[in-house]
Design a protein around this ligand. Sequence first.
Ligand SMILES: [Fe+2]
Ligand SMILES: [Fe+2]
Length: 198
Amino acid sequence: MWKNAHMDIENYRKRLQEHLGAELYRHSLEVAETAAALAVRYRGDRRRAYLAGLLHDFGKGYSQIELGRIAGQMGLCLDRVSLEEKGLLHAPVGAALLQRELGVTDAAVLKAVADHTTGRARLPLLGKILYLADMIEPGRDFEGVVQLRELAFTDLDKALLAAVDRTIQAVIQRGRLLHPRSVHFRNSLLGSSRKNGG
Ligand SMILES: [Fe+2]
Ligand SMILES: [Fe+2]
C-alpha cells in the first residue's frame, strides 16, 4: 500500500517535471513541502497535503486558451469570473485534468486544487493548508512574508485571513475581477476568528 503510494508520488513528480517549466516545478515541490509541514502542525493528512501541493499548479502547464477550450470540452460548469480572469482558470480545470491525465482520484486533493486560487466559505483543512502553502513557500518574496510564515504555524485561520486580505487588495489594486468565492472565504474566516474571540 505504502509502496504504491510512494510510486505514485515519484511518477507524479516525473510527469510534472516534464509538463511544467523549471521554476513552476520548483514552486510545486516547495508548496508540497510547506503543505506537508503545515499538515503535521495542524494534525492533517501529511501525504495528502504533500500531494495537493505537488499537483496544485498542473493546470499552469496549459495556455489560457487551451484551459478555456478544455473546460468547454469537458463540460465544466464554470462561472464568468473564473473564465474571464486570467490566473483563476488553472485551478478548476487543472483539477479536472489531474483526474483525466494523471488518474488522480482522491476527491479531497482534487477539491483542494480546484479551490486553491479563490478559496471558498468553510474551506476544509486540506484546502486551507494548500492556499497558505502556495503563498508562503520559501521562494515567495513580498513585504510581510516572514511574519505571515510565522503566523501560519501559530494560527492557521489568522494567517489565512491575512493572506486573503492581501490577495483581495492586490486584485483591487490591479483593477481585476474579484471572485465572490474569495469574499465568502474571507467572511467565513472572519466569522470563525470572531467566534474564537480573535
Ligand atoms: Fe496556482
Ligand atoms: Fe502555485
